[in-house]
Design a protein around this ligand. Structure first.
Ligand code: F6P
Length: 341
């Protein structure tokens, strides 16, 4: 068989591990040929690719980023590109394409699949917000990076008796905020799923100082928003890909908390450091398993699906199901993280 693979959307630790696994399983075990499209869907639409053999994927298991490059494509460009993509698949005599990506990529994968292309998806995102799969690779690495940052920030916050408001990634969901906040023992965790009331948050942090504690750490997901009518906040509109342009919730919270508590407050934005660098062992294993199962699905002709972790098993889940909703932090999980100040 001939298989094409591509990585699309924001990069994520573990992408190279999937590419390597796809090539190993396909080439070594099935005698397939694999090509990699450059820079995501753009490579498929422009027929820009290179051959991926064992040599091409040698030494990339632990490397962050993606050797194929990635990009975002506007939804309209893809809608108009279904026929072009189909023609390129025929020209290249490809039997299947394996796109590795997050919410936007999987929606595009579904679109192309509905248009008749043989697609097997692999979910990725540090945000961990893809439905149907228990976990996405990249998340464990991001939580580790955020937790280490929080541990470090605690000591400097304590030395200066400050409130540090640490902004982590998470556009629509607070999984990174929740898990890193729990792991590091943050004093408040603010997630998009639960719009916050600034007065309640200030009271919560203030209560800690009233107990004689000298510092506080607040973790906030970048997509967190105030409860309507409780605080002025410029939501910033959307970019050309339909993604919200965040205006810096940590900065806003630090201004508010400083004013309300009379304590020095500083925003810290972790940003893309959460996505860079080497994946954890957990993410390498999950990514490798996803790659292996994606190739098996191609050989079974199980198209229009993506790999998913359910419990300890990798299963194939319909793309349609996976892109229907986002996996948000449920109230019960948030309740478990409620910490004692
Ligand atoms: O979707 C993954 C993600 O890392 C989000 O957490 C974040 O909002 C976004 O990508 C950032 O995207 P960009 O790399 O385009 O700034």
């Amino acid at each position: 068989m001939r298989i094409g693979v591509l990585t699309s959307g924001g990069d994520c630790p573990g992408l190279n591990a999937v590419i390597r696994s796809v090539v190993h399983r396909a080439v070594v075990d099935h005698g397939d040929e694999v090509i990699g499209f450059h820079d995501g869907w753009k490579g498929l639409l422009e027929c820009d690719y290179r051959k991926l053999d064992l040599e091409a994927v040698s030494g990339i298991l632990a490397r962050g980023g993606t050797i194929l490059g990635s990009s975002r494509v506007q939804p309209a460009q893809l809608r108009n590109g279904v026929e072009v993509a189909k023609n390129h698949l025929e020209e290249l005599e490809l039997d299947a394409v394996i796109p590795i990506g997050g919410e936007g990529t999987l929606k595009a994968a579904r679109l192309l699949s509905d248009g008749g292309l043989p697609i097997v998806g692999v979910p990725k995102t540090i945000d961990n917000d893809i439905a149907v799969t228990d976990v996405t690779f990249g998340f464990d690495t991001a939580v580790g990076v955020a937790t280490e940052a929080l541990d470090r920030l605690k000591t400097t916050a304590e030395s200066h008796q400050r409130v540090l408001i640490v902004e982590v990634m998470g556009r629509h969901t607070g999984w990174i905020a929740l898990n890193s906040g729990m792991a590091a023992g943050a004093h408040a965790i603010v997630v998009p799923e639960r719009p916050f009331d600034i007065t309640e948050l200030a009271e919560r942090v203030g209560a800690r100082f009233a107990q004689g504690k000298k510092f506080a750490i607040v973790v906030v997901a970048e997509g967190a928003k105030p409860r309507p009518g409780t605080m002025e906040y410029d939501e910033g509109g959307k970019d050309i890909y339909g993604h919200e342009r965040f205006q810096g919730i940590a900065r806003e919270l630090s201004l508010q908390l400083e004013q309300r508590l009379g304590k020095e407050a500083r925003p810290v934005i972790l940003g893309h450091v959460q996505r860079g660098g080497t994946p954890t062992a957990y993410d390498r294993v999950l990514a490798t398993r996803f790659g292996w199962h994606a190739v098996e699905a191609v050989h079974r002709g199980e198209f229009g699906k993506m790999t998913a972790l359910q419990g300890t098993d990798i299963v194939m889940a319909p793309l349609a199901e996976a892109v229907e909703t986002l996996k948000t932090v449920p109230d019960e999980r948030y309740a478990e993280a409620e910490c004692v100040l």
